[in-house]
Design a protein around this ligand. Structure first.
Ligand SMILES: [Zn+2]
Length: 331
């Protein structure tokens, strides 16, 4: 989830989509349903919220960014703007249920003061089938001024009936150069920006959070320690105990990146951006010890673990299983 203040200047790769949407919004030419999609951590939520705030702002005209200080902006930023509702799962990883979708439909049907009444749904791919179906009628016969912005990493997981009733807005993933130049504004040194970008697995908004949020930085350092322990292969018990201090949903994607880095190292003799966050000799010894076939097999297992982590199944037991698998005693 992006938490960047929407009154700040947007990252460069969001500027063009933002301008196009604001222009159409001002001309009242936006459709009722917008489906904003693109890779995770690229700024979809930030773009959507900035669009809504800009259209509600009492000061901004033309292509101005929202002022951040008018009543509308303050209400929006405080999460209490009367014309805006956010629809999210009650807990991360859970579904958005039909009761919540019905609340949103009712909210859009209330006659508000303004010309725009907006529901932001993030992540929209968390809508369950009933909730998605409930929204269909609103998309087909919207109340005046109603706007639904659906934000999704994986729009293909939404029912085709929803997708076909929304305009798709794809947010491009910036290349490493563009993302890195932007991140350096928040970093004490260029290397810190590169490290955060690697730690965020190429997701620039998450990388920025790692740079500015000590808790995120601590989580990364903890994960790196766990993965470095894995490279050293000291045995199951020490490894499981260091892994227990990490969160599976954060550690497992980074484990996947490490396995990929080891595979690449065997092929290219080069460490990739993620691999460079670890001592080269340890990564190389780990890669050679396991070999390409075993690394590929572990990667596909890690893929399964990641799906399980997303559903939050018994995290303690699984980390032990993972430690056993990685050390080759459970293959
Ligand atoms: Zn304003």
């Amino acid at each position: 989830m992006d938490t960047q203040d929407t009154s700040e200047r947007l990252p460069p790769w969001l500027q063009a989509p933002w301008q196009a949407l604001v222009q159409r919004g001002r001309a009242r030419r936006l459709p009722t349903g917008l489906l904003v999609h693109g890779a995770g951590g690229v700024g979809k939520g930030l773009l959507a919220r900035s669009l809504v705030q800009t259209l509600l702002c009492q000061q901004a005209k033309g292509a101005d960014p929202p002022c951040g200080v008018c009543n509308a902006c303050r209400g929006f930023l405080g999460g209490v703007h009367p014309e805006v509702m956010s629809l999210e799962p009650e807990e991360a990883g859970k579904e958005i249920l039909i009761a919540a979708a019905r609340d949103a439909i009712e909210f859009l049907g209330l006659s508000g003061s303004g010309e725009l009444r907006c529901v932001l749904i993030q992540p929209a791919d968390a809508l369950n089938t009933n909730a998605a179906n409930a929204l269909l009628k609103t998309l087909e016969e919207p109340p005046a001024g109603a706007m639904l912005i659906l934000i999704a990493d994986q729009p293909a997981r939404l029912p085709a009936t929803i997708r076909s009733r929304c305009e798709m807005v794809e947010i491009p993933t910036p290349d490493a150069g563009e993302a890195g130049a932007w991140l350096r504004r928040f970093a004490s040194a260029p290397e810190a920006a590169d490290e955060a970008y690697a730690a965020a697995l190429g997701r620039p908004l998450l990388a920025r959070e790692i740079l500015v949020d000590p808790q995120r930085m601590e989580q990364w350092q903890q994960d790196r320690e766990a993965l470095t322990t894995l490279l050293r292969a000291p045995g199951v018990t020490p490894m499981a105990s260091v892994m227990q201090r990490s969160l599976p949903e954060s550690l497992i994607p980074r484990l996947q990146a490490l396995l990929l880095a080891a595979q690449r190292l065997l092929v290219t003799e080069q460490a990739d951006a993620f691999g460079r966050q670890f001592p080269r000799d340890l990564l190389e010894a780990f890669a050679r010890r396991h070999g390409p076939r075993r690394l590929a097999e572990l990667s596909s297992r890690a893929h399964v673990w990641q799906r399980q982590a997303a559903r939050q199944l018994n995290p303690q037991l699984r980390l032990e299983d993972i430690a056993l698998s990685l050390l080759g005693r459970n293959s």
